[in-house]
Design a protein around this ligand. Structure first.
Ligand code: PPS
Ligand code: MG
Ligand code: MG
Ligand code: MG
Length: 357
């Protein structure tokens, strides 16, 4: 089989599929704000996850019918709950891209509820290190999504165990690299939402780029590059919000050891990868508190490639290469350390001193 040189078609389809799914999740979020969807239970998350997964997988299957997809959700809850299913379908059936030609590239609207359920269930690949497998998280950072903070639609193409295409839709990240990163609805006060929403993408060996989410037509892609901080004393790091997912105290000790003085930027989801790739912060630390936890590979595939292609290095917390060919989880790895290539070694030394033993 001859390999496509730069995966241009894969990147284009993935970017548009992620754009369509973000339009959908924003619709869900607004119906949540308006009160048409209740915030008390998990339904907004569920409606968001299921619909976004259906929209992305339908687009992939339309364009690459021989590829496998491994995605977070499956449809049994929707099949047994007609009311929820109707809510999802009502929103899914309204979503299209602003540009008709681009929308038809994705296969146009989904046909009916059954097509939606089938698309959701086409995400059951078990992963592995052979062939082409798309890893999809339809909403990563579900808690951030609910809060009106950061969440991401994360889509990566893994070929023979290597990530070759990565796309991250980040509806609540600024396009402008000097803007503030919000992480809740209340952070937005006084801020103009117009500049929010970016899609990051990367192809192995071909760099990473950003484009605004809301652009109507044309590429408007801009290459991105990480900052190489002149000294660690001016660097900043980002970490997750949930103290159960990573050790804030150990991450603080590592930052102190490195001479980092700025407080951590805390945000949910794979948007953390986008934030360092864009130069809004420098280092992403995810040191597990629970050593038996295996990271889902869809939480990392896209972000990993975007950071690498923006000039970064990404390993696990023990300095090992991140292995995406082990199934639906990163079974051979623990935690994540992502930093500009020039300082990654130093960061790892500090991680080893504080955590490695
Ligand atoms: N115990 C534990 N340790 C590490 N990671 C876990 C754990 N439990 C869940 N998850 C996964 O975390 C995903 C959300 O990651 P975040 O980076 O947004 O979380 S955090 O902000 O760091 O707290 C989240 O993804 P989503 O479910 O898509 O939101 C989970 O896949
Ligand atoms: Mg996730
Ligand atoms: Mg998810
Ligand atoms: Mg989840």
């Amino acid at each position: 089989m001859s390999l496509p040189e730069n995966y241009a078609r894969e990147r284009r389809v993935a970017t548009l599929a992620v754009q369509r799914a973000t339009i959908y999740t924003q619709k869900v979020f607004h119906s949540l704000v308006k009160g048409t969807v209740s915030k008390d239970d998990r339904s907004p998350v569920t409606i968001g996850d299921f619909g976004a997964q259906a929209l992305v997988i339908a687009a992939i299957r339309h364009n690459f019918p021989d590829d496998e997809v491994a995605a977070e959700e499956e449809s049994s809850l929707l099949r047994s709950n007609p009311e929820l299913r109707d809510q999802v379908w009502k929103l899914v059936s309204q979503v299209c891209l602003p540009d008709a030609e681009e929308d038809s590239l994705l296969g146009g609207p989904l046909k009916d509820e059954n097509a939606m359920l089938d698309a959701i269930d086409a995400g059951k690949s078990t992963g592995g290190n052979r062939g082409r497998i798309w890893a999809l998280d339809p909403i990563d950072g579900t808690l951030g999504f609910l809060r009106g903070g950061q969440y991401a639609i994360s889509l990566g193409l893994i070929q023979d165990g290597e990530v070759v295409v990565g796309v991250l839709g980040c509806p609540n990240l600024p396009v402008d690299k000097t803007a503030r990163v919000i992480n809740s609805e209340s952070d937005r006060e006084g801020q103009n939402d117009d500049g929010l929403g970016a899609i990051y993408s990367a192809v192995a060996g071909h760099g990473a780029s950003i484009r605004p989410l809301a652009r109507r037509r044309g590429p408007e892609e801009e290459p991105i590059q990480m900052r190489e901080p002149l000294s660690l004393s001016v660097a900043s790091f980002c970490e997750g919000v949930e103290a159960a997912h990573s050790s804030h105290s150990q991450q603080k000790a590592i930052a102190e050891r490195l001479g980092i003085v700025a407080p951590p930027v805390r945000l949910d989801s794979a948007a953390k990868y986008a934030v360092i790739a864009r130069g809004l912060a420098d280092i992403y630390l995810r040191l597990p508190r629970n050593l038996s936890y295996e990271e889902n590979f869809w939480d990392h595939a896209a972000g990993y490639l975007i950071v690498k292609e923006a000039g970064g290095e990404v390993t696990d917390a023990m300095g090992r290469r991140v292995d995406f060919g082990k199934g639906r989880t990163l079974a051979a790895n623990k935690g994540i350390v992502a930093a500009p290539a020039g300082i990654h070694g130093k960061v790892l030394e500090a991680v080893r001193a504080v955590w490695g033993s």
